[in-house]
Design a binder for this molecule. Structure first.
Ligand SMILES: *Cc1c(COP(=O)(O)O)cnc(C)c1O
Ligand SMILES: [Zn+2]
Length: 411
């Protein structure tokens, strides 16, 4: 039943329908990105909310009927997905809205939302008979691929800028993946990785050009809806670089509307760093997306040319979402604010979404009954040097009570 639920893939640009088998990364006609198309009637006729209620698997594999692979892996106990939706009633009240929730995707095995895409991609690669997976990464996609490759026993090669946060590069090597630290930016690494995969017939986990990735990332939207008892929120704030996460979130909510399990799409707001805002700029200016020279503290959303930009624009426009641009200073301030008020330590890219929420609130975009979800995509523990930028240096304290009292300022 599961493979038959996929009608095929459709080109986002020219609408050409492409069969799912053999698999094409991009449109054979025009080269643009593809979308998986499902037969929702067929899926809905053999799978229900009640089936989900009775499914003990908390991982993203509980949504297998909506995923474009034949089977789940034999073991899913590492648990990709199944992350908490954290309620923040005090902060909601302070901003005059009904509900504020953080979807805490820092709690994935490798510490970022990228695990959702990787998990599906490894299974897809296996079903395609591929043994080696190649990815370009700003850091998280690579550390995710390295970690889950180690778990599932596949080979991976990762092209990342040598300037990526050391923790992420270390993570990649620690998990035994082959790291190619290129002396260039992400965009150059992207092209190198894609050409390598093509030349050696390896499976490509490059964002945007592989439609599997958005399908994996959409599980975060499926979870948000299920955790909210199938009530779609009014707003979702999403940090945006290449635009694959926001496209995936759109697809997840779109699937659920098509199944009749939720009654509307939430407004999907794209939040970008000032220094890497190609998608938001195109919304403000109108017209095509033009590449930028990316420069931001938020490394995971630092891209010149968004690889899923057109799909991201569609997600924003069709859901009635807005675009927000955030300065590096605001990003780091939001990171600290979020950590101190919620207990969730986000990396700068992830904190950008929270900064977008704060900006939207100060612009008066919300109404009293609004329900808002902020997607926190990766953990701050991967990038300590940037987090330290907002903290004042402290000296060691002499180990006696007088010095401690002096230090803490007690009277
Ligand atoms: C990859 C990533 C993003 C951006 O996702 P895109 O699909 O490139 O838009 C945001 N936050 C974190 C932590 C990421 O790793
Ligand atoms: Zn096409």
């Amino acid at each position: 039943m599961i493979p038959k639920a996929i009608t095929g893939l459709q080109c986002h640009q020219c609408n050409w329908m492409v069969p799912a088998d053999p698999f094409h990364y991009t449109c054979p006609k025009c080269g643009k990105n593809l979308d998986f198309i499902y037969d929702y009637e067929l899926i809905g006729s053999s799978w229900s909310k009640l089936d989900l209620e009775q499914d003990p698997d908390r991982s993203s594999w509980r949504y297998l009927p909506l995923l474009p692979v034949k089977n789940a892996p034999e073991d899913t106990s590492i648990v990709v997905g199944g992350t908490p939706l954290v309620n923040l009633p005090k902060i909601a009240k302070a901003h005059g809205i009904a509900i504020l929730q953080i979807k805490d995707d820092t709690r994935n095995p490798s510490g970022s939302l990228k695990d959702r895409a990787t998990e599906l991609c490894i299974q897809h690669a296996r079903e395609q008979g591929k043994k080696t997976i190649v990815a370009a990464s700003t850091g998280n996609a690579g550390s995710s691929l390295a970690a889950l490759s180690a778990y599932h026993g596949v080979q991976s090669i990762i092209f990342a800028p040598a300037s990526a946060p050391p923790a992420k590069l270390t993570q990649i090597r620690q998990h035994g993946a082959k790291l190619v630290p290129v002396d260039a930016n992400y965009d150059t690494a992207f092209d190198l990785a894609f050409d390598w995969a093509k030349k050696h017939d390896h499976y490509s986990r490059n964002t945007g050009v592989n439609p599997i990735l958005a399908e994996g990332k959409k599980t975060v939207a499926l979870e948000i809806a299920e955790q909210r008892n199938w009530q779609a929120p009014d707003h979702v704030f999403i940090p945006v670089g290449d635009g694959c996460i926001i496209s995936g979130v759109f697809k997840g909510f779109f699937d659920l509307v098509a199944l009749g399990w939720i009654d509307h799409l939430p407004r999907l707001h794209a939040v970008q760093a000032d220094g890497s805002a190609a998608i938001v700029d195109s919304l403000i200016r109108g017209g095509e997306i033009s590449p930028v020279k990316a420069n931001t503290v938020a490394d995971s959303i630092s891209v010149d040319q968004p690889r899923d930009g057109d799909k991201a624009r569609r997600a924003i426009l069709e859901s009635g979402g807005l675009g927000f641009r955030i300065s590096d200073q605001q990003i780091l301030a939001a990171q600290q604010n979020l950590s101190a008020s919620t207990g969730i330590f986000a990396e700068p890219a992830a904190a950008t979404a929270y900064a977008g929420f704060l900006q939207a609130s100060s612009q008066g975009i919300f109404q009293a009954g609004d329900q808002v979800v902020v997607l926190i995509t990766g953990t701050g523990l991967k990038d300590i040097p940037n987090a330290q930028k907002n903290l004042v240096d402290i000296e060691p304290v002499t180990a006696d009570m007088l010095s401690v009292e002096h230090y803490l300022g007690s009277d």
